[in-house]
Ligand binder design. Structure first.
Ligand SMILES: Nc1ncnc2c1ncn2[C@@H]1O[C@H](COP(=O)(O)OP(=O)(O)OP(=O)(O)O)[C@@H](O)[C@H]1O
Ligand SMILES: [Mg+2]
Ligand SMILES: [Mg+2]
Length: 553
């Protein structure tokens, strides 16, 4: 959709460089111009120079309503949003949180027992054995306090210098964890850039990477920013970066409560609109956390409702690929290599760019979703405003007449979980191929199950060209993709095994009745893994295989 350039006003503030004010009322869309925004909350969106718009202020100047009415509406919307969060069950119950805390506590105890055992096995002196300790620190959404009841727990295990990754962590500790009755589905992801163990503890998915510090003992509240403690190798840095990034984010946001509520809502929005899945070319949790923190930093007094509205306006207007960097004097400013479409900087040393699989197509979709979010939230005076519109599942069937159906099958649930995880980690190459021959592709991240297929299976439906024109040869695409799937020696086991992949073009009218593409991903079906546990009397389970974010591609 084409739009005219917004009217910009030059504003001269004494003592400052001239600024340009963009009036969002003048954003004109064709063919159907949307209703103009009527008002914004004064103070919520102060005039502030955006780094994305050098010399430009993106302060709305539409203030047709008087400040008191605006404030009332803003309070009302915030109240409604909080109610919406409750009705969606976005915040886990105290019982669920207690279960998580309990799992963390028990893991800590296991790790403490483990490190004593390891010290013994290494023949260390008695004093060292009695004084040594190891710890675990939460990160990811759980560490930020924005997890849902279905989220995993990301916890970094930190051990002293004598406890090795290969033997002590992946062998000794794995065996100790595996022997616990509350633990299931343990597997090691050794080849990822951040090697980790992954398992279920009392039904909660745990992602468990490991790092060593240059110390004989690691206290419970170790300072992971201490340069003398960190082992200077890339794996250690990377493993620590999740915890460090969280600590910086939590330090930098002005209101933790608002940040957490806003991020929970943004994550739900991203899931419902099909833009939450790092491996399928969209955002992962870390990207959204930094974007949300960025907005919170700039608008410290804004309510949750205003923060949501600003988020969409801000990142729709953002001049991508201008990088998003949190306001922090300790961050050295540097530009990405030019390939990244939406570069987002990790707010901790070594200040790397968040790993991203965003492609031209997914970038287009994300931008369109920002725009939609902006149009739905920008008008404070809109009488029919309802938060549920914002979170409406993406209407795939309405948007696309044809889909690429990718069917993955395996002999049993365990094998399927690994197979799907591996194929997903190669999806970027399929996406790029489809874009090259087809121009556009919308990889719906939701994983479905085909009841008509006898084997355990997961099916993806990726939207193809919206106008119904497509020119792809599925066989050629599949052949090309399978080269990438089978490339890595580690996974050559998949060749000739019972794991299979099939591709087919289907018209929307041919979709099985029980596949509800437009129902969207609910929060329970995180990213969305409803598969059957075939070994367990067809009981539904949720796979714990969260992608290796830095493995694969
Ligand atoms: N693409 C990435 N680039 C850099 N770090 C990443 C990336 N993906 C994940 N991580 C690190 O791993 C952590 C956990 O990732 P995970 O996929 O579990 O997402 P999350 O933020 O915890 O959200 P969710 O609630 O979906 O689990 C992130 O907080 C981040 O520190
Ligand atoms: Mg997580
Ligand atoms: Mg995780």
């Amino acid at each position: 959709m084409a739009y005219a350039h917004p009217v910009q006003r030059r504003v001269v503030v004494p003592g400052q460089a001239p600024l340009i004010v963009v009036d969002p009322r003048t954003l004109v869309f064709s063919p159907a111009p949307p209703p103009p925004p009527v008002g914004y909350l004064p103070g919520a969106i102060p005039a502030i120079a955006s780094p994305a718009f050098p010399g430009v202020v993106v302060a709305p100047v539409a203030l047709r309503l008087n400040p008191a009415s605006l404030l009332r509406i803003d309070e009302q919307r915030t109240h409604e949003l909080i109610q919406f969060m409750v009705s969606e069950g976005l915040v886990p119950t105290p019982e669920e949180d207690m279960k998580r805390r309990d799992a963390m506590e028990q893991l800590k105890q296991i790790v403490l027992a483990w490190i004593k055992l390891v010290a013994c096995r290494h023949g260390l002196p008695k004093e060292v054995i009695s004084s040594t300790s190891a710890t675990i620190l939460p990160f990811g959404s759980y560490g930020l306090g924005v997890h849902g009841s279905d989220s995993d727990i990301d916890a970094l295990c930190i051990g002293p210098s004598f406890a090795t990754l290969e033997e002590d962590f992946f062998d000794v500790l794995k065996n100790m964890i595996q022997s616990r009755p509350e633990v299931s589905e343990v597997h090691c992801v050794k080849s990822a850039k951040v090697p980790l163990m992954r398992f279920k503890f009392g039904g909660i998915n745990i992602d468990f990477p490991y790092t060593q510090l240059q110390a004989i003992s690691v206290p419970e509240f170790v300072d992971i920013f201490d340069p003398y403690l960190v082992v200077s190798n890339e794996t250690s840095w990377r493993s620590l970066s999740g915890v460090r990034a969280n600590i910086r984010i939590l330090q930098l946001v002005p209101s933790l409560k608002n940040f957490q509520s806003m991020l929970r809502c943004i994550k739900l929005w991203a899931r419902r609109r099909g833009v939450y899945s790092h491996l399928l070319g969209f955002f992962g949790g870390i990207h959204l956390a930094i974007l949300a923190a960025h907005v919170c930093q700039r608008y410290p007094n804004a309510s949750i409702s205003a923060l949501m509205a600003i988020f969409f306006e801000y990142f729709w207007l953002w001049r991508w690929p201008e990088p998003v960097i949190l306001l922090d004097n300790s961050i050295p400013f540097k530009y990405p290599d030019g390939r990244a479409l939406m570069p987002i900087l990790m707010p901790c040393s070594p200040f790397e760019w968040c790993n991203s699989n965003i492609t031209k197509s997914t970038f287009t979709k994300i931008k369109a979703e920002f725009q939609r979010g902006h149009f739905l939230t920008r008008d404070l005076a809109r009488p029919d405003f309802d938060w549920t519109f914002l979170f409406k599942p993406f209407p795939y069937v309405e948007k696309y007449s044809h889909f690429l159906r990718i069917l993955l099958t395996a002999h049993d649930g365990d094998e399927l979980r690994d197979w799907v995880g591996w194929v997903k980690s190669r999806f970027r190459s399929l996406l790029l191929k489809l874009e090259a021959v087809q121009g556009y592709c919308d990889p719906n991240p939701i994983e479905y199950m085909d009841h008509n297929v006898a084997e355990p299976n997961v099916v993806f439906y990726w939207g193809l060209s919206p106008n119904g024109c497509f020119s792809i040869s599925v066989d050629a695409i599949k052949e090309d993709f399978m080269k990438s799937v089978n490339k890595d020696d580690t996974y050559s086991a998949y060749q000739g095994s019972t794991c299979k992949l099939d591709m087919l073009i289907v018209e929307s009218c041919q979709l099985p009745k029980y596949i509800h593409l437009d129902k969207g991903s609910t929060k329970e079906l995180k990213a969305c893994w409803k598969i059957l546990d075939y070994s367990n009397h067809m009981k539904p389970i949720y796979s714990q295989y969260t992608p290796q974010y830095s493995g694969g591609t």
